[in-house]
Design a protein around this ligand. Structure first.
Ligand code: HMG
Ligand code: MG
Length: 302
């Protein structure tokens, strides 16, 4: 359990994509810079998707260009070749394709069936291979779908194998609506890990029902060592009604450091990044750890 864990910071993408407040390119860049300064060496910074669908991610090209020299690994979402072209033109070296384990969510999120999404990803993966670009693969709704309900572990495992065989270097398993519980998370991860080494899997758990940390712990016990998390617990998906943010990076770092797992993240600097963005958005972070640390600071000065 003490093997290192890699945290992929989601705040600037998954976090901001669902916010009502439009955040300027400058504020997005400042947020990313603050996260990198806190020791988060892998950050998802934007999405090359339709600006009609997700206006919050417009100008992801300017964001990516703005942080290019910051010495961290930056990821961006691309749903198709059009997105790939735009991401590459802005200098992307790592892109993520995103599929869903349920037909209902695939249709709502990317306007196509699961099979059609794979056909859209094939040319992206082929071109990325030629260009030396790494491709990460997401699967949404691995523990439940807002439209189709329960999802069978086999459906997740089959789709994960398809994405892995197409050349995705890592498969990020998304509990998009945060309905999973530890035993079900384990069952799903075991099914996926029957075909793909656990070292190539990541956990992307939203915290809607407050189960994300417990589910992550269950996944750590299964040998998964990559965790997607969002500073302050920001986030959600506009196509997943009622879903709240990713598990908060502060909460993950606190748990891991408490377990003796080094994360390389400086909590004080992370909190500063979260608080600055919370000022921009005009609301406090939902992270329990961030709230507790902010309250402690307040007590110390009063
Ligand atoms: P579509 O309607 O099927 O695509 O949308 P289309 O090819 O028919 O094009 C329709 C319009 O979109 C055209 O513009 C295209 O040019 C444009 P129009 O002629 O109407 O002006 N278009 C694009 N524009 C910019 N960039 C592109 C692009 N492609 C087409 N790449 C599409 C398909 C995927 C584009 C659309 O449904 C879309 O953008 N959806 C947004 C999906 C999204 O970003 N969802 C949130 C992120 S996923 C997530 O949060 C889950 C995750 O966190 C894991 C988890 O938690 O589970 C990853
Ligand atoms: Mg997500």
């Amino acid at each position: 359990m003490s093997d290192p864990v890699r945290i992929i910071e989601m705040g600037p993408r998954d976090g901001l994509q669902n916010e009502e407040t439009a955040v300027s390119v400058e504020a997005r860049i400042a947020f990313i810079e603050a996260l990198v300064a806190a020791g988060l060496d892998t950050v998802e910074v934007g999405a090359f998707v339709s600006p009609k669908a997700i206006p919050q991610m417009a100008s992801s090209d300017a964001v990516l260009r703005g942080v290019a020299q910051k010495g961290a690994e930056f990821h961006v979402l691309v749903p198709n070749e059009k997105g790939y072209d735009a991401a590459r033109a802005a200098g992307a070296k790592v892109v993520s394709v995103f599929a869903a384990a349920s037909e209902g969510f695939s249709r709502a999120n990317i306007n196509c069936t699961i099979a059609e999404s794979i056909e859209r990803f094939k040319p992206v993966l082929a071109r990325a291979r030629e260009d030396g670009v790494k491709v990460r693969g997401y699967i949404s709704c691995v523990l439940g779908c807002p439209f189709d309900g329960e999802i069978k572990p086999k459906a997740v495992a089959d789709l994960a194998s398809t994405l892995f065989d197409l050349g995705c270097y890592e498969i990020s398993l998304g509990d998009t609506i945060g309905v999973g519980t530890p035993a079900r998370a384990k069952e799903m991860l075991r099914a996926v890990a029957a075909n793909i080494p656990a070292a190539r899997l990541a956990m992307h758990f939203h915290d809607t029902y407050g189960q994300a940390l417990a589910n992550l712990y269950a996944g750590l016990e299964e040998g998964v060592r990559v965790i997607d998390a969002a500073a302050g617990g920001l986030g959600g998906c506009p196509y997943a009604p009622g879903a709240t943010g990713n598990v908060a990076t502060e909460d993950v770092v606190y748990m891991l450091e408490g377990m003796g797992v080094r994360t390389g993240v400086d909590m004080e600097k992370l909190l500063a990044a979260t608080n600055a963005m919370s000022g921009v958005l005009g609301k406090p972070p939902v992270s329990r750890v961030a709230s507790a640390l902010n309250a402690k600071k307040k007590r110390a000065v009063s």
